[in-house]
Structures are given as structure tokens and as C-alpha cells.
Write a new protein. Structure first.
Length: 263
């Protein structure tokens, strides 16, 4: 066997070794993931298999994580949400390309919990809602023109370009002075529905029971424009987090100042 043949055999042996190690590593990582304990209070031996599989699916989809005491906290990296157990209670963490939220759901100080501390936060990928001021004003003009009939619009944010776009969804049926139903707009890659808008015509801006039902389970900012017959209409905004509603202060005069200055 000459030197060239020896080199070729060595390269083949090296490739086989690399492939074997990669296979071993993949199986090892999978085994570790499967054996890693989940926070599920159940006797797995006695549990009905289908029911257990469903419970495990839920826990994996929406896990409970403990905030570390001594190590550095790692925020949620992928889109989704999870529950955080911290020193002072339970928190909800939500991640979207345009949003990262850590919000306390339940506070407690009676029992000493050996977990770390976490700070609440609301961080928008686009900065401030004011970055969409042009699109908010555009909807305000449309809502005024169609008032007292209700209107709706979707403010879309592109996480690649950082740009906003306003789109008007197709209505389902005929909008009225107190009701509008519409189809959700189609999104391209890297686009996200960040702000969902509708108007209340001549009525004040507020979130009705119907709005609460529509927004339940959603992750978005909702906005309502009302009193559209007035020089400066009223507005109401909130951050919707899976059934949790957090009010957001947006000055109506800022949105309508162009119109009021020329009135």
C-alpha cells in the first residue's frame, strides 16, 4: 500500500469517526431532553398514556421556568410564552418579534421561595408607538370619513426593514354604527400584526365586551378611536397578552393635531 492509498484510507476512517460521533451526540442530546424532568405532578406509571401525552405536550409548549438565584437569567429566545417562578411570585413572559414582556401575574411574600428576582418589562421592537404616528393618523382620517359607521385597520410592522404599513381588512357583512366584523389581513414573511385598530363612530373610545372577547388570547396592541365628530376625538389603547389587558396611554391630540391645526 503506497502513501496515497494510506492517506485515502485515513481520510475514510476520519469521516466514519466524525459521522459516528455526530450520531452519538445527536442520540445523547435527545436522550437528555427526554429524561429531563418536567414540572408535571403526575404518577407517570399510573397515568393513562394518551392523557399523559397531552399534558406533556402542554408543558413543553408553555413551560414553567425557575428564575435563577446565582446564574444569569436567560430571556425567552423563541416566539411563544412561558411562566416564570420568581422570588416574589409568578410572572408571564411573552416573546414576539416586535415584543418582549415580563409581567407579574401573582405576587406573594408569605413563603420564602428559593428563586431569583426578576424585573417586569415591556419592550417594543419598534421602539415607541409614536413610530407609527403617520399610520395612526391615516386611519384617523378614514375613520372620520366613514363615521358614524365603524372602521377597522391593521398596522403591520416589518421586523427586517423596521417599517410600518397600514392595511384595511375586508369587512364581513355590512359594518354598522356599533359593529364591524372583518377578515384578518394576510401577512408576508417578516411582517407582524402589531396594532389592531377600530373606531366607535360618534361614541367614546372604550373597549366593549365584544372587544374583550375578540382580543382574548391575542398578543397585540388594540386601539379604539371614538367621538370622531369632535375636534380632538378620544382614543383608547391597550396591550393584549393572552387575555391580560394592560392599558397604554396614547395622547389623542398627538394623533389628531394635524387635523385640528387646519380646522
Amino acid at each position: 500500500m503506497n502513501g496515497q492509498e494510506i492517506t485515502m484510507k485515513f481520510d475514510e476512517l476520519l469521516d466514519i469517526t466524525k459521522q459516528s460521533f455526530a450520531t452519538f451526540l445527536a442520540h445523547t442530546e435527545q436522550a437528555i431532553r427526554e429524561e429531563r424532568p418536567l414540572l408535571l405532578a403526575v404518577d407517570e406509571e399510573a397515568a393513562e398514556p394518551d392523557a399523559l401525552a397531552l399534558d406533556l405536550t402542554y408543558v413543553r409548549a408553555v413551560p414553567v421556568a425557575v428564575v435563577p438565584t446565582h446564574s444569569e437569567f436567560l430571556p425567552l429566545q423563541q416566539n411563544g410564552h412561558r411562566f416564570l417562578m420568581a422570588r416574589d411570585g409568578m410572572y408571564l413572559e411573552v416573546r414576539r418579534p416586535w415584543l418582549h414582556v415580563i409581567h407579574q401575574l401573582a405576587a406573594q411574600s408569605a413563603v420564602r421561595m428559593p428563586y431569583g428576582a426578576i424585573e417586569p418589562k415591556v419592550e417594543f421592537g419598534f421602539g415607541k408607538i409614536g413610530s407609527a404616528l403617520e399610520e395612526l393618523r391615516a386611519f384617523g382620517e378614514i375613520a372620520r370619513l366613514k363615521s358614524p359607521i365603524e372602521s377597522a385597520a391593521s398596522l403591520i410592522w416589518n421586523d427586517e426593514t423596521g417599517e410600518w404599513a397600514v392595511r384595511y381588512p375586508l369587512p364581513i357583512g355590512e359594518p354598522t354604527t356599533d359593529h364591524i366584523q372583518f377578515q384578518q389581513v394576510l401577512l408576508a414573511e417578516r411582517e407582524h400584526l402589531a396594532i389592531d385598530l377600530h373606531s366607535h363612530g360618534l361614541s367614546p373610545a372604550f373597549f366593549s365586551d365584544t372587544d374583550n372577547q375578540d382580543d382574548a388570547g391575542a398578543v397585540k396592541i388594540s386601539g379604539v378611536f371614538g367621538n370622531l365628530d369632535q375636534l380632538v376625538p378620544t382614543v383608547a389603547f391597550r396591550l393584549c397578552l393572552l387575555g391580560l389587558f394592560i392599558p397604554i396611554t396614547v395622547p389623542a391630540a398627538k394623533i389628531f393635531e394635524a387635523a385640528s391645526a387646519t380646522a
